[in-house]
Write a protein that binds this ligand. Sequence first.
Ligand code: 13P
Length: 247
Amino acid sequence: MPRTIIAGNWKMHKTAEETGAFFDAFLPRAAALPPEIEIVVCPPFTALALAASRTNGTRVRLGAQTMHWELEGPFTGEVSAPMLLEFGVAYVILGHSERRAYCNETDRTVNWKVSTALAQGLTPIVAVGETLDERNAGQTDDRVIAQTRAAFDGIARNLLDRVVLAYEPIWAIGTGKNCDPGEANRVMTVIRECVSGLDRTPILYGGSMKAENAGAYMERPNVNGGLVGGASLDPAGFAALVENAKV
Ligand code: 13P
């Protein structure tokens, strides 16, 4: 069975000071949450140092929201895997739809980044998902299959145990219109089966997941957790979501 992960993607939210306030309230709650669920928080780069100092020695693991595929070089504004590792970052989200839409992330750069992350010892959380137009045109499965195959193109099969996937239908992100859990599970099964070697890979659902609907996703056999945006920002709400994700 893949392990269960609930990851909070804070996107462009929280200063370092606000990050400190989050952990003041969240860490006492985290100790009482189901121990089998891995809890990951992905703050902005500018809050990573503070988040690392606060989560050191706790069960909360850190993730970054993107990184460059090169280890260093003339890439103004970018951050590399070694820079993340210095803060004890374990995970990195790659190919989030917002970065694909606004920051030139492509299937090809996601593939390069997956390769670098694995070589450097970071666990990539590779995000795939369709737009509403693609869904309405009946292209959902083709889209997620193409994104998943491209992300892992040329990656040794034995490394696929070290990756995490996230199915995030773009129309469900930040809209409050979460994907029906049965349909999410169906697409996540398509994702798992489109590349050999993903049997033990955690696949997370993302898109308006909240404390109130987390349980309905986690009941499904191919859902191994969540990649949570808005509902990860409030410490009590995020703790309630993790609690409700217990299967
Ligand atoms: P919301 O949970 O705010 O819909 O965002 C989902 C997401 O994009 C997580 O990466």
